[in-house]
Design a protein around this ligand. Structure first.
Ligand SMILES: Nc1ncnc2c1ncn2[C@@H]1O[C@H](COP(=O)(O)OP(=O)(O)O)[C@@H](O)[C@H]1O
Ligand SMILES: [Mg+2]
Length: 293
């Protein structure tokens, strides 16, 4: 079992509205180095609030009422995110934990070329990199997520939604953070593009060994890509376990209900095979995903 890279300890978040919404209630879990941890649960159960709470990106009326997130670096150092100042938080966000949120593709600056947006990240975080190193790295990153590096001089509006989302994922990987949090990163996309991006993420995880918290209400998809799955309901994690185990032997009544609500999952429980996605994805290779231009 890999050691923890991130510990979430008793995290609670309220929305201070009338009446108060207890969106995240006393959530604790460990993210292990290199694992894909799926976070499942119906819309409104608190997944996004938890994600934003971990990285301290919540805005009023949201308030963290208890708990903390502790990052464990390889050299044994602990970083308590609650104790970081705004400046340190910013520095650590892309370095230690990066995020891709739903609709992240719309957060690219429309008047700056893709290349310059990458360059900004490197100029800020890797000031010693030479111009040539930065250029090479940009191209390499784009290639990794399946975008032609020739697109570097493009502006965001010249790319499709799927391409822009891939660019955001490449950016989240730019500094090779040990943890990536992805909140419905592909939900807005066409299902074929979605699968292709997921394949890239899992492949890169295998290659680079970062840990991923992957959030979606799409439980079948989570079962395919996750090592472990946490099931959330009403602001709490009701069950957390090995993905295959959770599928074949759900403990909590709510997990059973959730599984039952996806018709595609209610077949023969014994036939679940991890990595089944790979075969299905291979079949998609022949599909033209983006119109060439
Ligand atoms: N800005 C807000 N003000 C008040 N309540 C909110 C706000 N944002 C989210 N909530 C509530 O917090 C709960 C959790 O929401 P959210 O974290 O977005 O869930 P999920 O991501 O699982 O769909 C929901 O009941 C939602 O209505
Ligand atoms: Mg959400």
């Amino acid at each position: 079992m890999n050691p923890s890279v991130l510990s979430i300890e008793n995290l609670s978040v309220d929305y201070l509205v009338e009446p108060v919404v207890h969106a995240v209630r006393n959530v604790s879990f460990e993210l292990r180095r290199g694992e894909v941890l799926g976070l499942a649960g119906e819309s409104g159960c608190g997944k996004s609030t938890l994600a934003y709470g971990i990285v301290r990106l919540l805005k009023p009326p949201a308030m963290i009422t208890s708990g903390r997130a502790v990052f464990h670096s390889r050299d044994g150092l602990e970083i308590d995110w609650n104790e970081l100042h705004a400046e340190e938080l910013r520095a650590n966000r892309w370095e230690k934990i990066s995020m891709v949120f739903q609709g992240a593709m719309n957060s690219l600056n429309p008047v700056i070329s893709i290349r310059d947006q990458f360059e900004d990240v490197f100029a800020t975080h890797r000031p010693k990199m030479s111009r040539k190193q930065r250029r090479d790295r940009c191209a390499e990153l784009l290639e990794r997520v399946g975008v032609d590096p020739g697109r570097l001089s493009s502006y965001p509006h010249e790319l499709s939604g799927g391409m822009r989302q891939r660019v955001m994922i490449a950016m989240a990987m730019a500094l090779e953070p040990p943890v990536m949090i992805m909140d419905e990163p592909t939900t807005a996309l066409d299902v074929v593009v979605q699968r292709e991006i997921l394949r890239e993420i899992t492949r890169l995880r295998d290659e680079l060994g970062f840990a991923v918290i992957f959030i979606t209400h799409d439980l079948p998809l989570l079962l395919e890509i996750s090592d472990r799955i946490a099931v959330m309901r009403g602001g709490e994690i009701v069950e957390l376990g090995d993905a295959a185990e959770l599928y074949t032997n759900p403990r909590h009544e709510y997990t059973k209900q959730l599984l039952a609500s996806f018709p595609s999952l209610t077949g023969d429980r014994g036939s679940f095979v991890r990595g089944a996605m790979d075969d299905r994805l291979l079949a998609l290779d022949a599909v033209e995903v983006e119109a060439p231009s």
